[in-house]
Ligand binder design. Structure first.
Ligand SMILES: NC(=O)c1ccc[n+]([C@@H]2O[C@H](COP(=O)([O-])OP(=O)(O)OC[C@H]3O[C@@H](n4cnc5c(N)ncnc54)[C@H](OP(=O)(O)O)[C@@H]3O)[C@@H](O)[C@H]2O)c1
Length: 422
């Protein structure tokens, strides 16, 4: 049996989960895989900190070189998070011929080329299953089980925090800040929730997923990103009236060689498979030209689910059958479509007076946008809500129509614009 020495960079939530799995399943892993995995060193910020998992203090270090320069360590597993110094540590590990397993979506999304190049130059492996959707083995499935397909479309609920918040808003009528507070109390949201609620986390993951699915480098900067902070209970309630559920979706489509990529709140029909994905669960729904529609569902975060993906990557890295993205050769840069077609929900507050509906509809007509349905509710007040759902229209036409609608003196405010996917 081969003994493999590994080093951890980080020993927080995920590091503890990986440690627990490697202890608990030590014998099964040795029997099934024929590797004996030994954690030789663990890098932390504070070696004196009290930790939930008991470990031999002598394996903790605050010096990264104890791992990165140790010739006995052949695999470095990183779960420190953040862009730096994680990036420099991973590059050093790869340059020294050590395979890297990482849960760090930010580093992969932003610096994949550099890491892939360093890995292929030294013959080391680079593994990142845990960087997207925690315990759901979607990356391996795309790389190893769906190669026969041209993947045309991905739609995913790939951020558990926002899905938890939207579920609470939709099912319990809680407003955004109450639902966020509950998510923080349960540990689903960070004290600073920006990365989740503003869609950054989902954008990192979408960049990785779409690059893999389309064999084209999809850059983070080209992803339209809108978070859920503007979503109100009114929008959710009107959506229900129209037969829709609201989700923060990560969407990528490859249409005739042009890629559209966006993360935003999205209305989907209540009978769409993604609408049943509740609470902090994740799901990725994709369409391959051979396999058709397919959905992956499970826990997108948490110590053991994420640890499950990391341990699997460690065992794959042990086999040394590494594959490389070869950006620029095998994986070319994407060409983008920024003027996609979809349906739109638009909520306005207007003066409650005759003729306003016709005037607003006129702006849509002028820009070639046809209206599928309207909800008009006069409350006997001076203002009233007015909700439009359009047929498929181009993003640019909608934005032009909205710019003109804003200037109309009967329009008090354009309260929300939510894209609709079917
Ligand atoms: N949490 C999840 O459910 C989840 C799911 C999927 C992916 N991920 C990814 O996994 C990574 C880790 O997440 P986490 O929740 O485990 O984070 P965490 O609990 O904050 O743990 C971070 C660990 O890294 C160490 N660390 C951070 N900066 C360091 C530095 N400059 N030098 C040395 N050690 C440093 C910390 O040391 P101390 O303990 O001494 O402070 C801590 O042990 C992130 O990339 C995250 O995006 C997390």
């Amino acid at each position: 049996m081969q003994k493999i020495q590994i080093g951890f960079l980080g020993f927080g939530n995920i590091g503890n989960g990986v440690y627990k799995i490697l202890q608990k399943h030590r014998n099964e892993i040795a029997d099934k895989e024929d590797y004996q995995i030994n954690i030789k060193k663990i890098l932390v910020r504070d070696i004196n900190k009290k930790r939930p998992v008991e470990t031999d203090r002598s394996i903790l270090t605050d010096n990264p070189d104890d791992i990165l320069n140790d010739p006995e360590i052949s695999i470095v597993a990183e779960f420190m998070g953040g862009e730096n110094p994680a990036l420099s540590y991973l590059l050093k590990a790869l340059n020294n011929g050590k395979s890297v397993v990482t849960a760090n979506k930010e580093v992969i999304a932003r610096h994949w080329e550099k890491l892939d190049q360093a890995a292929s130059a030294s013959g080391a492996g680079l593994y990142y299953e845990a960087s997207v959707c925690g315990g759901i083995p979607v990356i391996k499935a795309i790389q190893e089980s769906l190669q026969a397909n041209r993947i045309e479309r991905i739609m995913g609920i790939i951020n558990g925090t926002t899905n938890y918040i939207l579920t609470k808003m939709s099912e319990n009528n809680e407003n955004f800040s109450d639902a966020l507070k509950k998510a923080q109390e349960l540990g689903y949201a960070e004290p600073d929730p920006t990365a989740d609620v503003e869609g950054f986390d989902a954008a990192f993951k979408l960049s990785i997923l779409s690059t893999l699915c389309f064999h084209k480098r999809v850059h983070l900067e080209r992803i339209l990103r809108e978070g859920i902070t503007n979503i109100t209970l009114e929008d959710i309630s009107y959506g229900k009236e129209l037969g829709y559920a609201l989700k923060l979706l990560a969407i990528a489509k490859d249409n005739e060689g042009k890629v559209e990529v966006r993360v935003h709140p999205t209305f989907i029909p209540q009978n769409h498979p993604l609408s049943s994905v509740r609470s902090s669960f994740n799901a990725v729904y994709l369409k391959g030209d051979c396999v058709g529609d397919m959905m992956f569902y499970g826990r997108g975060a948490g110590d053991l689910p994420t640890g499950s993906a990391i341990v699997s990557d460690i065992l794959t890295a042990c086999k040394k059958e590494h594959r490389y993205m070869k950006f620029g050769e095998k994986t070319i840069n994407a060409v983008y479509n920024d003027d996609w077609q979809t349906k739109y929900y638009i909520r306005l507050t207007v003066k409650d007076q005759p003729g306003v509906l016709g005037e607003i509809a006129g702006y849509f007509g002028k820009h070639g946008v046809s209206i599928a349905s309207v909800i008009q509710k006069g409350y006997g007040n001076t203002t009233a809500p007015l909700i439009f759902v359009t047929h498929e229209a181009s993003e640019k036409s909608i934005q032009q129509a909205i710019a003109e609608i804003r200037k109309n003196p009967c329009v008090i405010s354009v309260d929300n614009l939510i894209r609709v996917e079917e």
